[in-house]
Design a binder for this molecule. Sequence first.
Ligand SMILES: [Zn+2]
Length: 314
Amino acid sequence: MSMFDQYRFSAALLALTLALAVGTASAQTASKLKIVTTTTDLASLAQAVGGDRVEVNAIARGYQDPHFVEAKPSFLLMLRRADLLIFVGLQLEIGWLPPLITQSGNPRIQTGAGGYLDASQFAQILEVPTEVVTRAMGDVHPFGNPHYWMDPGNGRRVAQGIAQKLSAMRPTDAAYFQQRLQAFNDKLTQEERNWNAMMQPYRGRKVVTYHRSWPNFLNHFGLVSAGLIEPRPGIPPSPSHTIELINMMKRDNVKIILVEPYFDLKMPNRIARETGAQVVVLPPSVGGEKEITDYFTLFNYDLALLVKAFQATQ
Ligand SMILES: [Zn+2]
């Protein structure tokens, strides 16, 4: 073989190798399960379990109120391509998701289809109403509190449910998903030890919250909900309720008001001024702040904020 031929040969070999590499890469891309989640928290859990075998997109941004999401054409495009739709359920998304599912025209994600996954079935649900729910009670969720992902135990349960689903859809990758789930669980166990230690000194502390977004979170970390700024979801508080709340906070020495980032701070600030309490804007979702990039940093961020507030109001 001449030098020239040798050069030609290695050039051809290189081209062949590249073609193979590109071919393999595109075959892998083509075989990725396309997952759409309604929230960033579910996206983080799905990504943790699915790894490089899935492509995950969330509809709502982490700083948005997940009860009210404005439909966009891009959501329809996402849903049209989806193999799997994972949603929070318990009517959290009832105001906006059902029409999107219908309009997507995607048979894989319609109610009851194989790609329609209600994550609430895996979680421990609090505040399941025992009385008949009426409109006068506000946007009460008749099947229980849908903000369940703010308990690491539920994060673990939902991740496991997602792993089961992915394994059923892609049996050839079942071992991979199982291994990813195990790694997620191990990390969560380790993080939970830190989180519990952080919150240990503050167990039993009372807080007031704006919306009923935190029962799972408060329960898990041994905190107590002393009251709500918005007693009936979606309905502005009455002046008499606010006065009662202020009196209770003074009497019981409640010094922390938790507010989700998408609520107006005027009322919380007013109550804080009258009671000497501190308003803590606490993101309940991944992406609620730039540094909250996944399910773990969500708790890291929120708990660090809370500890600071507890220390400042001791
Ligand atoms: Zn809610």
